[in-house]
Structure formats: C-alpha cells, structure tokens
Design a protein. Structure first.
Length: 484
C-alpha cells in the first residue's frame, strides 16, 4: 500500500525541512553519503492448540535508523523516538563512527568521479505490488479465531491418525519512510500475513509430523477457503509414505530435486554466493566469475522483487531503490551480482534493489528477495525416467552452507528412491551433501515446471528477512547422499 506523503510525514512527526537538517547533521563531521530509515511496525499473532486459543500478542516497533558512509566505514545509529533531539543525537553518533573529510564541493560524485544513479521520483500507488484490501490493523482478533478453527477441522477430517494440531496466524504491517542526501524520499506500507500449522500423527507404533505454511505480502484478504484447503491437503500429503519411509544406502548418485520447495537449496547453496558483499570481500566462490559460464546454457537464475503479493517482494528496498527482476545467471552465464548501494558504488554499477534490513535497528546489506530458477524444456516424468538408480527429494529441513567454499549439507525431509526410472521406496533420515557451484555445473536436466514456493521462508544472514525460493524439477548428476 502506498499512501500520501503527508500520511508518512505525520506518522513519524517530521517535516521535509527536518529530514534535510538531520542528514546535514549526519554529514557534518565526515562522510560521503547519509540516509534515514523510519519504521512503524505493528505485529500480532494468535495460536490455536487443541481447539482453543492458547496465546496471542500485539506490539509495536517504532523508530529511525541513521547511516553515514565514508569509504569502507559505515556509521550507524538508531533512535526509538522521532523527537528531533533524539534523531539529531543519533545522527551525530553515526557521523562520529564514520568520521572523515567532507567533500568540499558538495558534489554527489566521489573522488574517482563515480556518480550514483538517482531515484528521486515519488512512489506510484498504481504500481504498488501489495495493496491492502483488508487491513490487519483494523481487523479484530475475534474475526480470525473461526478461521483457525475451520482450518483445524478441515485437517482433522482428512486423516484419523491425527493426535495434535497447532495453528498459528501472524501478521504485521509496516509504515516505512526513507530519505537520503540526494533528496530521494520514498515511502510505503508493507503488509505481511503468515498462516502455519503443525500436525502430529500416530499409527499406534510410531509418530510423524508435518509443518506447512502460507505467507504473503497481503492484508487479511489472504485468508480464503482456497488457502485453508491447500494447507489442509499439504498437511496430510503422502502420510502413508511417511510412515513407510526407510533410510536408504548412501553414496554418490544422481539426485532429482522436486519443483518448488527444493529451491531452498538454490537459495542457500548458490544464492548467497551471488550477494555482492561476499563478492566485494572476495569471500564467495563466484568472485571473479562475472561474465563467465558457470552452468548449462539451459539454466537461468533470477532474484525477483516484483512478484505481486509474494513474501519476498518489495516496491523499494530498504535504501529506497526500486525493486527489479535481476538475472544472476542467464543461459548459463553469470551476468549480475545482487547489490545494495555500498557494493554498487564499489563496483561502479547501479544497485539492483537488494539492500535489505531486519528493522530500523540494522544497516542494510545485500539480501535476496524471491530467488528461483526458470523453467527448462524437459518434462518432470522424463527426468525421473532417465535415472537408473538415484533419489528424488522434494522437501528439505535443516541445512548448513559455507559461503566461501560453497560446500553444503541438507537434511532430506521427504523423498523416494529412483530405480530403473521409477519412484519406488519412500526414504527418510538422509543428508544431501555437495558443493554449490559444482552442483550447479552438474545440473543436466531442467524441468518445464518451475514453481515459486509460498511457504514462510525467512533468511537469517546476520539479520532476518522474509524471502521466497523456487525451482523446477532438476537432475543433478552427482551428489553425495548420506544414508546407511
């Protein structure tokens, strides 16, 4: 939602003259750039357990973060008040941290003549990617209790082995305003709703569990019967196979990744290595590979902030740069990294709209948004049929990645053996182990079924940020499977 400029200035109790005065104070003792990030976020949640609401909460986070840059130094301070005295104090603190010589001519060009791209236009409500049709802030919690009970009943009706259901509804709405020394003033209201359910099953001998969710940048209009039905179906999906699953023999073998949620491996094992702060510090395995072939020409990987209503989407990043659709890999060639203003200045390129932060208490850093691989030309059934002996996996849980080396290990939550081109025994309790760039280079087939998963993915790179991920069915020729 994008409201009037006056709404945001009034929300934070400031004028444009005061914004200019704060940035001038931030620049007074040094720095080549300064910006302000205002935030007013309301959070609420409800938990339904055993058919009863057992907890609920509401709180507000409010304040402003002030950043000053000077060379490689970043000064950052924040205030939990937008009182002018508090903001000036934070500006002086940020300035002191980055102390240096102020440019004498007031030019936006640095000493090497680099002129950044400017984004001075006013936000356009017609281009808003997440208009709010039913504001979480004006809805009553009592409206949502029947919805949680309905979800619980829909799941309960689908399988008699259920022994416990916990449903959680979380929402937040953030009024955001940003201003910098170039006079760029950006503002918007960001909604987020998440509905999640955890289910425990028992067949009398063993127990199984599932956790499913849906999350969107939307208002309460997201709570449709269709979404409830999708969650209920997914919560009990392949339950017989979960009880029958066994641990297979391990070793090196072909691995087929199912479309959708398998994209978390793409995000973790490859996506982070495209973030330009790692490139700038030469900590990424993709450092020095821009413009070079890194995988098969049928592979294109996108980081997209423009998908309407998507959890990872933004109108502007947290530096006021408009979101865009960025190809990191196009037809097998590494074409771009993911930049905030700092890395863009370092590499003398335009930022890609990837400067993101957890809240006003944090400085922005390069972060992914919705990261996915585009569809290829192969049919998923043909990909599986091409494998004589391997595994198919469609859900992962915990994973670990070394950004510098690219090595990863992921725990497989759900999958099957592939024997002579057919899915056979359901499997569990295995790890998939490999190296991100090598796994990317070893993809030999890409399905025509790319899906951006709509679960509540949260990235934890130094700070938490909502993201999305996706992938088509892909065949990786040779990964290590940790089994028996």
């Amino acid at each position: 939602m994008i409201q009037s400029k006056k709404y945001y200035l009034d929300t934070f109790g400031v004028t444009e003259e005061q914004l200019r005065a704060i940035t001038e104070t931030a620049m007074a003792t040094g720095g080549s750039y300064a910006d302000l990030f205002f935030e007013n976020t309301s959070y609420s949640d409800l938990m339904l357990r055993d058919g009863e609401v057992t907890s609920g909460g509401f709180h507000i986070d409010y304040g402003v973060g002030i950043r000053v840059l000077k060379g490689e130094r970043t000064g950052y301070a924040y205030a939990e008040s937008t009182d002018m005295a508090a903001m000036l104090s934070a500006a002086k603190a940020a300035s002191a941290i980055s102390r240096g010589d102020r440019p004498a001519d007031g030019s936006i060009a640095d000493s090497k003549g680099y002129v950044p791209r400017l984004y001075r236009g006013a936000p356009n409500p017609a281009a808003d990617r997440y208009p709010i049709l039913k504001d979480w802030r004006t809805a009553s919690a009592s409206e949502f209790i029947p919805i949680l009970n309905k979800l619980k009943d829909m799941i309960q009706q689908r399988d008699p082995r259920i022994i416990k259901i916990t449903a959680v509804l979380q929402d937040q709405v953030s009024d955001i305003m940003m201003y910098n020394i170039y006079g760029e003033l950006k503002y918007e209201t960001r909604p987020m709703g998440t509905l999640a359910v955890s289910v425990i099953f028992s067949d009398g001998k063993t127990t199984q569990s599932s956790h499913v969710s849906r999350s969107y940048r939307m208002g309460a209009e997201m709570l449709t019967d269709e979404v409830l039905s999708e969650l209920a179906d997914k919560a009990v999906r392949n339950l017989d196979d979960r009880f029958a699953a066994r641990r297979p023999k391990g070793g090196k073998m072909p691995v087929v990744m199912g479309a959708g949620a398998s994209g978390i491996l793409l995000h973790e094992a490859m996506g982070h290595a495209f973030e330009a702060d790692f490139i700038r510090k030469k900590q990424s395995v993709f450092s020095g590979k821009l413009g070079k072939k890194v995988c098969d020409e049928n592979i294109s990987i996108v980081d997209d902030g423009t998908i309407r209503g998507n959890r990872g989407s933004i109108n502007f990043d947290d530096e006021g740069v408009p979101a865009q659709r960025t190809y990191m890999v196009e037809n097998g060639i590494l074409t771009s990294f993911l930049h905030d203003r700092v890395s863009a200045r370092h590499f003398k390129v335009a930022p890609t709209g990837n400067g993101r932060r957890e809240s006003f208490r944090f400085a922005p850093i390069p972060r992914m948004r919705a990261t996915y691989m585009e569809s290829g030309n192969s049919r998923p059934e043909d990909i599986i049929a091409s494998v004589r002996k391997g595994i198919f996996v469609d859900e992962f849980s915990n994973g670990q990645v070394k950004i510098g080396e690219g090595d990863f290990t992921f725990f497989v939550k759900s999958g099957y053996l592939i024997e002579n081109g057919r899915l056979t025994m359901p499997i569990k309790d295995i790890n998939v182990i490999g190296n991100g760039p090598k796994a990317l280079a070893d993809i030999v087939a890409v399905g025509n079924d790319s899906i951006v998963d709509e679960c509540a993915w949260t990235c934890g790179k130094e700070q938490s940020a909502p993201v999305s991920c996706g992938i088509p069915t892909v065949l990786i020729n040779n990964l290590t499977v940790g089994g028996e």
